[in-house]
Structures are given as structure tokens and as C-alpha cells.
Design a protein around this ligand. Sequence first.
Ligand SMILES: Nc1nc2c(ncn2[C@@H]2O[C@H](COP(=O)(O)OP(=O)(O)OP(=O)(O)O)[C@@H](O)[C@H]2O)c(=O)[nH]1
Ligand SMILES: [Mg+2]
Length: 200
Amino acid sequence: MKSPLQHGESRFLLGVAQPDGYPVPGGPEVVFAGRSNVGKSSLLNALLRRRGLARVSKTPGRTQQVNFFQTGDLGTFVDLPGYGFARAPERVRHQWKALVDAYLEGDRPVAVCLLLADARHDPTGQDVQLCDWLRHAGLPCRVLLTKADAVGRGRIQKVVRRAAEVLGLESGEERPLPVSARTGEGIDQVRSLIHHAVHS
Ligand SMILES: Nc1nc2c(ncn2[C@@H]2O[C@H](COP(=O)(O)OP(=O)(O)OP(=O)(O)O)[C@@H](O)[C@H]2O)c(=O)[nH]1
Ligand SMILES: [Mg+2]
């Protein structure tokens, strides 16, 4: 049975390319953060059941602006451009940092920040850095392990434990949640946790 959540229209609102270009905050925002190519845009489309709403690409670093989407009842989705794309020129990396810092330090109404890490690999140093930063900033945060379809069923709990350990999550904190935009695994759970964060 389909989850009852996410009625109504979702639509692209705007793309922000400059640190001073953010809109005046409206309602609660749900942030998608993580490495380039980890599957942020794909997850966002799966949650909204809209295939091509956010652009998905095989080329890492494709999303280079901060994209805002209006959803029916899941708040405003904010798709951050991915970090850690080593081949990006220094200038682009610099711009990326200025843009993302301006969002994260901009006192936005963040209901929850979804930190996406690839289930197939250990979280990277940059994942750890961002996770630490979000926790110190007091932003509500949940780690999602993407592309769970590519990890064998028998291994997934081990992957979850390992990711929690590398990211330094305390035993009382919520465990990383395996998700797959491809098979739909975990998508209803993510929708529910967003709904809860946005409406509490
Ligand atoms: N196996 C698998 N592949 C996925 C999944 N989600 C995304 N991908 C693939 O991963 C690649 C990157 O997906 P995107 O959604 O564009 O990733 P992104 O994090 O938005 O990338 P940037 O915008 O470049 O930072 C694409 O080739 C997707 O098809 C998934 O759940 N399973
Ligand atoms: Mg993207």
C-alpha cells in the first residue's frame, strides 16, 4: 500500500547560485546534503514520486546550485550541491563552499538535515566533517545510507554499524537508515521522518 503522505503538487521553486541569493525563509526546510553523486537528487525525486523533478546525472558535480522545491506536506526541500568532487577546479570548489556555508550558517528554518552517505563505502573524511559540523551547530540531522540495493541483504546491518562508528554517532543517537531510490527501500520511512520533523 502506498504511504498516504505527500499529497498535492511539488514544484521547483528556484536555484540559488550566489551566497547572497537565498530567499527569505518561509516554512520549514528539509536539507539534502552529501557527496557528489551519492544520490541526493534521486532520493528527492523518489520521496516526491516525481521522476525528473531534480536532475539526476551520471556525471558527479552536476547540481551546482542550491535548488529549492516546494512539496505538498513535506516542507521545502533544499538540494545542496555535492561536495568532494576531486576533479572540480579550485575555483568551483571555492564557490561551492561559499554557497553551502552561506546556507548552513544563514539561520534557516531547518526541520531536518538528511546527510547522505554511500552504503557501498565507508563514510569519507568530508562526511565526518559535515556530520560533526551539523551536530555542533545543533541542526537536527539524520544519516541515510544510499544505494542500499547495491549492498547484499546479509551485509546491510554491518554497513549501518560501521557507518555509525566512522561518523562517531553515540549509541543513543538514531542509526543510519539504508535507503534506495531504485528499489524504494526505506523511502516510506524517510517520508515519515520528514513529515514528523516538519509538523512537530
Ligand atoms: N544503484 C543505485 N544507484 C543510484 C541510486 N540513486 C542514485 N543512483 C545513481 O547515482 C548517480 C548519481 O545520482 P544523483 O541523484 O544525480 O546524485 P547527486 O547526489 O544528486 O549528485 P550531484 O548532484 O552531482 O551531487 C546516478 O547515476 C544515479 O542513477 C540508488 O538508489 N541505487
Ligand atoms: Mg544532484
